[in-house]
Design a protein around this ligand. Structure first.
Ligand SMILES: C[S@@+](CC[C@H](N)C(=O)[O-])C[C@H]1O[C@@H](n2cnc3c(N)ncnc32)[C@H](O)[C@@H]1O
Length: 341
């Protein structure tokens, strides 16, 4: 099996009919301009058009017209509770809660990681309900054939993906992000010497990203692509399809410094996902849980129109200042060794 190497600078394809692309572009620009005129819009860039709102994604989507967004790429608060005020305060003061502060070694301080194993049965129910509501909103605002690509983790993806399917989005596969994390692999707590050869859970080396699609409105994918510009995934090139395994280093520390969000995803990976999700290379992309702005930065880099929502004011400020530097980020030029995820 060939695994795609991480590569930010994916070349654009010109293989699609110009008139259809133009129509999708015009519709996207009109939708973006309408949003940019709204109260509270942070206009990050006008070319390419990049916009961010401090808002609750679920409420924001309810106010959007049906069939108005071409693609959604996002990394949600999968444990939900990790971004609640109580645990957020603990994260920012550096102690406890759902956030695990990994041990520092090699003189390097690692970023905090959310601990999903502390979720109770009630938390899981809440998670199901949250993602059900989210997916119903996504289904409404996506144009027919529009894709949702959503990050998850091996512990919770079955719950989250089932809730999304129940809301009427079709599962179209998963992207496996091959990434070495610091999750799992630990010996039993307090008995590390006694059970020196036991790990409570595997050390995680991959991250599942669910691929979903709003059902197409036309008889064929080709007809849907002509009408809406959606229905498929963009190929890497005429001779190479988009593949569902992507090798990806943890977010580089030079990249993190541009937008120091605790869950910042790397541009090398996000650029591949964002490119794939707009099959004719045009359309309005939405990130509901924009965080430090990695998805919007990837869209900006690729010349796509985008809009994001983020609940937390401090992260909105990070994203507003970090998106353009992230868009310009080149790992090859950053030089330094990788940091932990
Ligand atoms: C996993 S992080 C996203 C990180 C992002 N992928 C990046 O690379 O920076 C999830 C984000 O969702 C935000 N969030 C949580 N609940 C939200 C909601 N209801 N609406 C909008 N944003 C929300 C959190 O504040 C957090 O920044």
């Amino acid at each position: 099996m060939r695994v795609l190497a991480e590569d930010g600078g994916v070349p654009a394809s010109d293989a699609l009919p110009v008139c259809q692309r133009h129509r999708v572009r015009e519709a996207s620009i009109a939708a973006w301009n309408l949003l940019a005129g709204q109260k509270g819009a942070h206009i990050v860039s006008r070319t390419p058009e990049t916009l961010l709102f401090q808002a609750d994604a679920l409420r924001w989507m309810k106010q959007r017209p049906e069939d108005s967004i071409h693609a959604i790429a996002t990394d949600p608060p999968y444990g939900l509770i990790e971004y609640e005020a109580k645990d957020h305060t603990k994260l920012r003061t550096g102690s406890g809660g759902v956030w695990r502060i990994p041990p520092s070694f090699d003189g390097a301080r690692r970023s905090p990681l959310p601990r999903f194993t502390v979720l109770t049965a009630a938390d899981r129910k809440r998670l199901e309900s949250f993602f059900g509501t989210f997916a119903r909103g996504a289904r409404r605002v996506l144009v027919p054939g529009g894709h949702l690509i959503i990050a998850s983790n091996p512990l919770l993806s079955s719950v989250v993906f089932a809730a999304i399917e129940r809301a009427g989005l079709e599962k179209r596969g998963e992207v496996i992000r091959l990434v070495q994390t610091l999750r799992g692999g630990d010996r039993p707590k307090g008995a590390e010497d006694e059970f020196a050869e036991v790990s409570v859970m595997p050390r995680s080396a991959w991250e599942p990203w669910g691929i979903f699609r709003k059902p197409i409105s036309e008889k064929t994918v080709a007809a849907n692509l002509r009408l809406w510009g959606t229905g498929g995934l963009r190929r890497v090139s005429a001779v190479e399809p988009f593949r569902d395994v992507i090798r990806s280093a943890p977010t580089h520390k030079a990249e993190r410094s541009l937008s120091p969000h605790p869950s910042l995803k790397p541009q090398g990976f996000m650029r591949q996902v964002v490119r794939a999700i707009l099959p004719v290379g045009e359309g309005l992309l939405y990130d509901p849980f924009a965080g430090g702005g990695a998805t919007l930065a990837a869209a900006h880099r690729l010349g796509h129109l985008s809009v994001g929502t983020e609940l937390d004011a401090a992260y909105v400020a990070l994203a507003v200042s970090g998106i353009l530097p992230l868009s310009a980020f080149e790992k090859r030029l950053a030089g330094a060794a990788d940091d932990g995820d």
